[in-house]
Each structure stands twice: as C-alpha cells, then as structure tokens.
Design a protein around this ligand. Structure first.
Ligand code: ADP
Length: 417
C-alpha cells in the first residue's frame, strides 16, 4: 500500500471516508461499486470529474472502467498504455502524481482526452492496490478551485486503498456467483436428461413387465423361476424410473399439488404396508408409534406418500437384515413430526445436509453396493418444502439414522389463512 500521512486529512474527511468504506463494502456489483468510488473521489477532492483505470494483468494495459458523466461513454473502450501515460506513470512508480497543467507534461496523451471527449487540465492520480498488488489508478480531474493539495493526495490515496480491496472483493464474489451459476446449469442439464430418459424408459419397461407376467402364468416351474428373476429386475428398474419421474412434481412446483387434509397416521400405515414384501425379505422388524388421535396436515396425499416411501425405502436399504426400524408420529406445538428411525449404517455428520442435494450419495456411485440415483432425499426435501414443511436428518455413524418431517397441523398452516 502507499504510505499515507493521515494527519494531513481533516477529521471531517476522515469520518466521511469511514462511511464510504462501509458503503463500498456493502456493494457486490462491480459497476455500481466503481461508479460510487469515482463520485466520491470527485466530491472529496473538489474535482470536476474522476475516473478509474484498471490494469489488465495479461496485456499490462490500463482500461478505463468508470468515469464521471461528463465524459463520453465511449471511454469504456479506451485503452491507455503503461509506458506513455500519466496513469501508467502513477502505476509503475506506485506513487501519487499531481499534474497541474497536463499540456506541459510530456507523458500526457492527448488522444485519450479526445477519445473520451473531455478537456483535461489538471490530474491527481493515485495507485489502487488489492492488499499489495497494484490493480489500477484512481484519478481526480480538473480541480474546481486552485490546485490539488497534499490533503487531496492523502484523501484520494486512502479512498484508493479502500476501493482496491472492495473491487477485489466484488470481483471474487462475481467469480463465485459465476461458478455457482455454471454448477446450477450443469445440475439442470442432468435433471433435464433424467426427465427425458425416464419418460422414454417407462413405455418399453411396461411392455416387458406385461409380457413377463403373462409368460409367468403360462410357464412350467423351471421357466417360472427364471421369469421371476426377470420380474424382480424389472420391478427394481421401475422403482428407479419412478424416482426419476418424481422429479416432475418438483419441477412443476406447487401448481401440480392437489392439497387436501391428510390423515398422517393412516398414511404411515399405508406406506409400511406397501413395503411389506421387502421388509419380510430382509427379516427386519418395523414398529409403529402412532398417537391415538388423528393428526391431519394440508398436503398432497400422493406426494406425501412419495416422501415417506423414500424415507422408509432408504431405512430398509441401509439397515442390515434382521435390523430394527421404527416409524412414528408426534405433536410438537403446532406441528406434526413424522420420523423414520433405523439401526443401519448411519451418515457422517458432515454429510447430513449434503444428502438432500440432487444426485448426492455418501458412497461414490461407481463403488457403491446400494442401488439408487441419489435423488430420493432431494425430491423429498423439495416436496416437503412445497407443502410448507421441513425435513432433516440426525445420525450416529455405525448406529443408525433418524429422518424427521415436520408438517403444520391442519388449522395452523399458512394455507388455513
Ligand atoms: P439414493 O437413491 O441413492 O438412496 P437418496 O437421495 O435417497 O438417494 O439418498 C442419498 C444418500 O444418502 C444415499 O445414497 C445414502 O448414502 C444416504 N442415506 C440416505 N438415507 C440413509 C439412511 N437411512 N441411512 C444411511 N444413509 C442414508
């Protein structure tokens, strides 16, 4: 950073600089930030106009990035070479520079002045840094009265230091936003692909299932056994495709939901019953803890069924044979809490939030021994939130997990007005 002698700056200006620093730090849009800096630079030094030139680290040229309204908007394209300009001299010497009369200075480049259609008489230029790297030059142009003073130099240098850090911060935020947008786009493409693929797979699979069950009825015992394996595989495939198809509910949003009062206890029973065969096959013990009174929430019966089914399906899948699973329903204030508790693998603490992201699986998908697409929980969360509920998980690795769904009790939710 430049050596600054704060004693040269009046206390009023220092107080103003503190305010400006706060304002600049709250801005994340670079253009907005640069405009604000030049307005302050002109106001603080009593100058007609101000401008910012930023250094392109690759070409080592300075580019006008912002300037007062008095200048031609075409200045945005103006490029200033480092070795034959006043701004270049400020940057390379890393020191402030006052030019009282540009016409007498050999470094003055009149072509830039013509390009931006602004008659420059005097310049105060100070280097801008990000921590200790030069990033550009801040210039105040044409002092209204008299000449630029040493207080102007100190004031503009402080402003340039604050500005340098703020610009770099805004640039990093912009980069991050960019990366985030790209990631979202990739995710969207994956989702679109899944939607198309699932629709295309559904019809041929129905044909396979139809023919296999027809042949199964006619088959002799040896053939029947083989057809049963085909049937099991096709049913597994249907479950996967169903997971993919459920995405359509999420993407359609609230419009696709048909809200009605749901008896949550009855729904839990129904979902357990629907999974009876798998539970029996794994010899697991599933217990239900349901209150005697009926608890209702406003929701879409089918969609809530998908959510609970995903949770129970995971509990069964990630719990070993003969393991225990319990499902229950409790009242917490104005909410009904549904839970699915298992005695399975458990989930590492740092993954408890990530498992609700689309396509995320704790195990790498190429090494995994459990089936699935990593979509079930992401869909469950989005569907629960569409119905004004919350979903989260708690777990102890190696001991088991509990998944909770909190839904507003009927009469207390936002839909009830
Ligand atoms: P998948 O179809 O892969 O199971 P989910 O979105 O349902 O996708 O789950 C995401 C990941 O979260 C799973 O792949 C698994 O690693 C972890 N997970 C989900 N439920 C459980 C559970 N009950 N016990 C242990 N891990 C679980």
């Amino acid at each position: 950073m430049t050596q600054i002698n704060v004693s040269q700056v009046s206390s009023g200006t220092l107080a103003r600089l503190v305010d400006i620093s706060r304002e600049l730090n709250s801005k994340t849009d670079i253009d907005d930030l640069l405009t604000h800096i030049i307005q302050q630079a002109a106001a603080l030094t009593g100058a007609e106009a101000a401008s910012i030139l930023l250094l392109d680290p690759h070409t080592r040229q300075l580019h006008f990035k912002a300037a007062s309204d008095e200048m031609d908007p075409a200045m945005a394209d103006a490029v200033v070479p480092l070795d034959s300009s006043i701004a270049g001299a400020v940057l390379t010497s890393n020191r402030p520079l006052i030019i009282a009369d540009v016409a007498r200075d050999p470094r003055w480049n009149p072509s830039v002045s013509q390009a931006i259609n602004f008659q420059t008489r005097s310049i105060l230029g100070v280097p801008m840094h990000d921590v200790d790297r030069p990033v550009g030059v801040l210039e105040a142009l044409n002092k209204h009265e008299g000449r630029f003073t040493s207080e102007d130099v100190e004031t503009l240098s402080i402003l340039a230091d604050i500005a340098g850090v703020a610009v770099e911060k805004a640039r990093l935020i912009q980069e991050l936003q960019h990366a985030y947008d790209e990631l979202n786009e990739l995710d969207q493409r994956k989702t679109d692909f899944i939607a198309i693929a699932s629709h295309e797979l559904r019809t041929p699979l129905s044909v396979i299932l139809g023919y296999v069950s027809f042949l199964r009825e006619e088959a002799d015992p040896a053939m029947a056994e083989q057809l049963d394996s085909v049937m099991t595989a096709a049913v597994k495939l249907r479950t996967l495709i169903q997971d993919m198809l459920n995405l359509q509910y999420v993407d359609a949003g609230q419009a696709a939901l048909s809200l009605e009062p749901i008896d949550l206890g009855a729904l839990v029973r129904e979902v357990v019953l629907g999974n009876k065969d798998t539970i029996v096959a794994k010899q697991q013990n599933v217990t239900l803890r349901l209150p005697s009174r009926t608890l209702r929430t406003m929701g879409d019966q089918q969609v809530m069924g998908i959510v609970l089914n995903n949770l129970l399906d995971n509990a069964i899948k990630f719990t070993p044979e003969k393991g225990r699973i319990s499902m229950g329903l409790e009242v917490h204030g104005v909410e009904a809490w549904l839970y699915v508790k298992d005695t399975g693998l458990g989930i590492p603490q740092d993954k408890l939030e990530r498992i609700f992201k689309r396509f995320y699986q704790v195990e790498h998908h190429l090494r995994r021994q459990y089936e699935g697409l990593g979509l079930g929980l992401a869909i469950a969360r989005e569907l629960v939130e569409l119905q004004n509920g919350r979903i989260w998980a708690e777990s102890v690795e190696g001991q088991g997990s509990v998944f909770y769904v909190a839904m507003p009790l009927e009469g207390y939710g936002p839909q009830s007005g």
